[in-house]
Design a protein around this ligand. Sequence first.
Ligand code: ZN
Ligand code: ZN
Length: 317
Amino acid sequence: MRLPGIGGSAFVTGFTSLQLLSAWVSGASPHCPEKLKELSSPNCGDDDPECPLEGPFHTVNQSVDDSFRYIKTSYCPPYDWSCLSNQKGRRPCARRQTFKIPLRPTIARSAVPLGLGWPAGKSSQEKDLTKLPSVGMNQGQPMLGAIGVLVNGVALNGVATKLSEALPSTTKLEGADRWVDAVLAEAWMDDDCLGHLSGGGNYHTHAGRWTTDQREVCGLPRDIPGKHSELLGWAFDGYGLYGPQDVDGQSPQDLDACGGHSGLTAGATASAYHYHMADMYPYALECYKGCPEPSNNFRFKDLPCVQEAPRSGSAEL
Ligand SMILES: [Zn+2]
Ligand SMILES: [Zn+2]
């Protein structure tokens, strides 16, 4: 794979439409020029210019105060996205946003459901998208939009999608619309780093399936064999998202229903709760262990998240 270097030092702050245009005209060599021609629907403007295809890529800025880690991102991938496809012929545009990650997560009294309610490991082998396992539209609403953000600035979206919105325009929906596994249903849209656009044009991934080599070229840290996976991002309840390896380098065997466990992580001296990503459903997390920060996704405002009763003597009583 031919990808430019994307180490932190290659990132620069700020960009203009003119710079992007000149990078485009000056002979960027996209991986998938033929697919790029299909992405011909102009959908980026002065306020949200097209994401760069080659370096310099947009920066991801992190800052911290007493309560939050702030992840300032443009939603743009720090890599060549030319291999992506979508029904609407759209290209990724810079959608600047600052996500707030709670530094001290509040555990929810009952976990906040996000996914399809399936057990971990339930990934279909079905090749016909119209026959993917599904749940009815009236069986609870899976979480749409971003549920976390990765260290490369790419949004991590919930695992479900409406089948009607995932099918290529040449494939007809038969029967009622339904929720399906977005990783499988939308794989035909993926670029080199398993990213694609939502119906609203936001670049995102559902993640989990990268190889460690692939991760590096996607602006994410690679794992060390025999060690706990590296931090790949944060869920919006404040807990960290790690790759597929536990402390011994093997798959963790004690993940809870949300996809997390408590334990040591790479470089940590104290045990802490965190999520593990995997190459099977739910790929990232099926539910939040903690209450998510409401400002990160407008759909969180209606979530009934009650934090666990504080301990006696707490200032929150
Ligand atoms: Zn998607
Ligand atoms: Zn772990």
